[in-house]
Write a protein that binds this ligand. Structure first.
Ligand SMILES: *Cc1c(COP(=O)(O)O)cnc(C)c1O
Length: 427
C-alpha cells in the first residue's frame, strides 16, 4: 500500500498516508471531508519530466485547464513556465485571473460562441484552434469587426484509431464531432488564408484522453504534416505551430507509467524535420496522480450478498467511476491487513453512485478515512451539486505546508442564483 511509484506525492509516514509531509488526517481535521488534496511536488515533477522529454525541440506545454481548473494549480503551473489550453470563456476568465496573459493561451473546443471568440480576441490569445468552416467564418467576421487579426490553428481530425479505456475519451476517430474531417482540411486551410482578418498560424490535433498507444501520435502527426506539405507547396507560408494535443495516460492501478522517451521518439523526429514549434496540451498527465479525494466512511452495510462501504463522498464529487466506468485505487489512510470484498458507494440517490464495485479493499469501519487515488484530473472539475450537495473543499500541499485553495461550498451557495418568488414578465 502507498507504493511511491503510482502517486509520488503520497506516502506512508508514521503509519498513515500523507501528502508530501502533511498527514491526510491533519487535512481532514482542518478542512473536513470529503476534500480533494493535491501535491504541488507531484505536479512539478510531471511537468519537469515532460519538458525534459521534449527538450530537443522548440516546444510549448499548454496545460489543459479542464483537467483541474483550480486557480492555485493554474498559478503553480504558470510558475513552471506552462501556457494553457482552454475550452470555454469561463476557463479564459480563470486563466487570466491566475496570471496567464493572452500569449500563454490557446483556445480549443468544438462549439465556441461568438461571445467567447470576442473575449478571446480581446485578450489577444496566442491561437484559436478552429474546428469547423462555419467557426472560421464567424471568427473572421468577429475579428474584422474588432479590427484585429485572429491567429488560427486548424484542428484537423487525423482519423486515427486510439485505444482509450472508454469511447467517450476518443476524439480523433473518423466521424466524431471533433476537428475538421481530414478530407476537408485542405479546403478549410485555403479558406482560412483567404478570409479577412485571419492568419493561419498552425495545425492542431487532439486524439483522445488516457492514450497509452503512443504510435497514434505519430500516425496523427504524419497526417498533419502531410497537409502542411501540401499547403506549403501551394504557397501557404504562415504556418509556424504544430499542436499535437494532450491525452498522455497516467497509471490508475499497477500499470507502468507511459514511457516519455517512447513518446518523444514518436513525435520529435517528425517535429524537428518540420521546423515548426511543437505544442502539447497535457491535462491528466500533469495532475491526474497528483491528487486524491479524501473521504470518510459513514456506514458499513450488508444487502443481499453484497457488502457496502458508504462514504461521505459521492458521484457528484468524483464522477469518473460512474461516467467512464473508471478504476480508481482506494486505500485506507491508516493501512489494515484485514480485507473484504465490498462495493464502495456514496450517499447519492442513484445506483450509479459508486467508486468501486466488488473491490478487494481494507476492512474499514465507520469513521475511518479513505483515499481515492488518482483523482487530480477530471475530479473536482467535473463535480456537480447533484442532490444539493455542496461541492468539496480543495487543498494544495507543498512540502510540510498546506492551504485550502477552494473553500467548501455552503448551503447558501447552492441557491445563490435562484429565487423562490418568480418575477413574472409577460410574453
Ligand atoms: C481535454 C483536452 C486536452 C487534455 O486531455 P488530457 O487527456 O487531460 O491530456 C487537450 N487538448 C484538448 C483539445 C482537449 O479537449
Amino acid at each position: 500500500m502507498g507504493e511511491g511509484v503510482l502517486t509520488p506525492g503520497f506516502v506512508i509516514q508514521d503509519g498513515a498516508l500523507a501528502c508530501e509531509d502533511v498527514p491526510l488526517e491533519r487535512i481532514a481535521d482542518a478542512a473536513g471531508t470529503p476534500v480533494y488534496v493535491y501535491s504541488a511536488g507531484a505536479i512539478r515533477e510531471q511537468y519537469r519530466l515532460l519538458s525534459r522529454a521534449l527538450a530537443p525541440v522548440t516546444h510549448r506545454i499548454h496545460y489543459s485547464v479542464k483537467a483541474n481548473s483550480n486557480l492555485a494549480v493554474l498559478r503553480l503551473l504558470r510558475g513552471l513556465g506552462a501556457g494553457v489550453d482552454i475550452v470555454s470563456g469561463g476557463e479564459l476568465y480563470r486563466a487570466l485571473l491566475a496570471g496567464f496573459t493572452g500569449r500563454d493561451i490557446v483556445f480549443s473546443g468544438v462549439g465556441k460562441t461568438e461571445q467567447e471568440l470576442r473575449e478571446a480576441l480581446a485578450a489577444r490569445i496566442l491561437l484559436v484552434n478552429v474546428e469547423s468552416v462555419p467557426e472560421l467564418e464567424l471568427l473572421s467576421r468577429v475579428a474584422a469587426d474588432m479590427g484585429v487579426v485572429a491567429p488560427v490553428a486548424l484542428r484537423v481530425n487525423p482519423e486515427v484509431t486510439v485505444d482509450t479505456p472508454h469511447r467517450y475519451t476518443r476524439t480523433g476517430e473518423r466521424g466524431l464531432k471533433f476537428g475538421i474531417p481530414f478530407a476537408d482540411a485542405e479546403d478549410a486551410a485555403r479558406l482560412a488564408t483567404t478570409l479577412p482578418a485571419l492568419r493561419l498560424d498552425g495545425l492542431d490535433m487532439h486524439i483522445g484522453s488516457q492514450v497509452v498507444q503512443l504510435t497514434a501520435y505519430q500516425q496523427g502527426l504524419r497526417r498533419l504534416l502531410e497537409l502542411y506539405d501540401v499547403l506549403r507547396s501551394s504557397g501557404v507560408e504562415s504556418i509556424r505551430y504544430l499542436d499535437i494535443g494532450g491525452g498522455l495516460a497516467v497509471p490508475y492501478d499497477h500499470e507502468a507509467p507511459i514511457d516519455l522517451n517512447a513518446y518523444a521518439g514518436e513525435v520529435l523526429p517528425l517535429a524537428t524535420r518540420s521546423g515548426l514549434t511543437l505544442f502539447v496540451e497535457p491535462g491528466r498527465f500533469l495532475v491526474g496522480n497528483a491528487g486524491v479525494l479524501l473521504t470518510r466512511v459513514l456506514y458499513r452495510k450488508r444487502s443481499g450478498d453484497r457488502e457496502y462501504v458508504i462514504t461521505d463522498a459521492g458521484m457528484n464529487d468524483l464522477l469518473r467511476p460512474s461516467h467512464y466506468n473508471a478504476f480508481h485505487r482506494i486505500d485506507a489512510v491508516r493501512p489494515h491487513t484485514a480485507r473484504i470484498i465490498a462495493d464502495i458507494v456514496g450517499p447519492v440517490c442513484e445506483s450509479g453512485d459508486f467508486f468501486a464495485l466488488g473491490r478487494d479493499v481494507e476492512n474499514v469501519v465507520a469513521g475511518e478515512l479513505l483515499a481515492i487515488r488518482s483523482a487530480g484530473a477530471y475530479g473536482f472539475s467535473m463535480a456537480s451539486n447533484y442532490n444539493s450537495r455542496p461541492r468539496t473543499a480543495e487543498v494544495l500541499v507543498d512540502g510540510n505546508r498546506f492551504a485550502v485553495v477552494t473553500e467548501r461550498e455552503r448551503y447558501e451557495d447552492l441557491v445563490r442564483q435562484e429565487t423562490a418568488d418568480p418575477h413574472w414578465r409577460t410574453a
